[in-house]
Design a protein around this ligand. Structure first.
Ligand code: SAH
Ligand code: SF4
Length: 359
């Protein structure tokens, strides 16, 4: 379980094995920079050391890649099975700006039950560990040619990241560490359904010296009645509490918060909704990210017509909000990974199956 250990713990484990401290850095560079997953391939270690590490940790990775899907030439999805048989998915998305974005999951299933989302259909099973979160990143990074690496990470896969914050922050430390994946903090986005206490915990971690990641909050509705209809969890949080928490996040970190607004046909896409949204956000330093729904089979919700999306966006802009809309092909990372489905079900419309393990 190599990836479960942070660098400080590794020092202790390596010390216990009688290995000098500098070996930790050497091995971590093999794993994170050189994409090596077997201790046996770390050729500047002695045979004895490699054997010792293999006996201690087994392999670097714990899970098994069950299937790999490719959609066009820009998106690849992996279905990974952990040792207890639970499965999650993660996505690599390339776009025309040469961004190579990993979208990762933080939980098996999700307890929030958003009505339009496939991830929560089966409810919540368990949190992913630090190592399981990191493993997704290493596997996605390995899909790239040796000389390329990930440029962005979005925590927008299965699960609610702020309900598994310790494991997530521990994993993200490696994403931004110079001996880890070495990404800039600004290129890491955490998307949350909007849990006020979780947002405050994230802000507190920054105040205590942690990194200030980009925060995206899934708003999806401009009033509590509609939001609770779309996101049942909203009856505990409420829009006001969420906005107070994001205001504090901005004050404490200096980072503008993005509000995600998935547009659903005739549910939250009307002019009155745009008006209410303007009212909520106009005095805030915020960005609104409008995402036309990616319809999930078996669910009744539809994507609004392009014209409705355009009107909605124009209305927000006219109201003084800063708006981004994701319409272009290859730019739909939210939809690409927000729609992760239960295994066995999601192959049909997810592109071409390119690898399937025989086991
Ligand atoms: N649980 C977190 C992060 C995972 S979902 C959250 O809800 O923010 C990431 C984003 O994808 C969220 O904004 C979510 O609302 C969106 N999403 C989920 N299913 C979607 C779908 N079918 N179409 C479009 N966006 C979707
Ligand atoms: Fe969970 Fe996010 Fe899906 Fe809602 S949108 S069910 S919070 S993963």
């Amino acid at each position: 379980m190599f990836l479960e250990h942070d660098p400080v713990e590794l020092l202790a484990v390596f010390g216990g094995l009688g290995l000098p401290k500098f070996r930790v850095r050497q091995v971590r560079r093999w794993v994170f920079a050189r994409k090596t997953t077997s201790f046996d391939e770390m050729t500047d270690l002695s045979k004895e050391t490699r054997q010792l590490l293999t006996e201690q940790f087994g392999s670097v990775l714990q899970g098994k890649e069950l299937t790999r899907y490719r959609s066009g030439d820009s998106t690849e999805k992996l279905l990974i099975e952990w040792q207890d048989g639970e499965r999650i998915e993660c996505v690599l998305l390339r776009d025309d700006r040469n961004h190579r974005t990993a979208c990762i999951s933080t939980q098996v299933g999700c307890a929030m039950g958003c009505v339009f989302c496939a991830s929560g259909k089966d409810g919540f099973v368990r949190n992913l560990s630090r190592g399981e979160i990191l493993e997704q990143l290493l596997r996605l990074n390995s899909l790239l040619p040796q000389h390329e690496r990930l440029t962005h990470v979005v925590v927008m896969g299965i699960g609610e990241p702020l309900l598994n914050l310790d494991a997530l922050l521990s994993a993200l430390d490696e994403v931004t560490d110079s001996d880890g994946l070495d990404l800039s903090v600004r290129r890491v986005t955490v998307s949350t359904v909007g849990i006020p206490s979780g947002i405050r915990n994230l802000a507190d971690s920054v105040v205590r010296g942690g990194k200030s990641y980009k925060l995206a909050v899934s708003l999806h509705a401009p009033n509590n009645q509609l939001r609770t209809q779309i996101i049942p969890q909203n009856r505990f949080s409420g829009i006001e509490n969420i906005l107070n928490a994001t205001d504090d996040y901005f004050k404490q970190t200096g980072r503008r918060v993005t509000f995600e607004y998935t547009l659903i046909d005739r549910l939250n896409d009307q002019p009155e909704h745009a008006r209410q949204l303007i009212h909520l956000l106009r005095n805030r330093t915020a960005i609104v990210n409008v995402i036309p729904l990616n319809p999930v089979p078996d669910l009744e919700f539809r994507t609004p017509p392009a014209q409705t999306v355009q009107h909605f966006v124009e209305q927000l802009q006219a109201g003084g909000l800063q708006v981004k809309v994701r319409l272009r092909k290859g730019d739909q990372i939210n939809a690409a990974c927000g729609q992760l489905r239960r295994s066995g079900e999601w192959g049909v419309d997810s592109g071409e199956l390119i690898v399937e393990s025989g086991e």
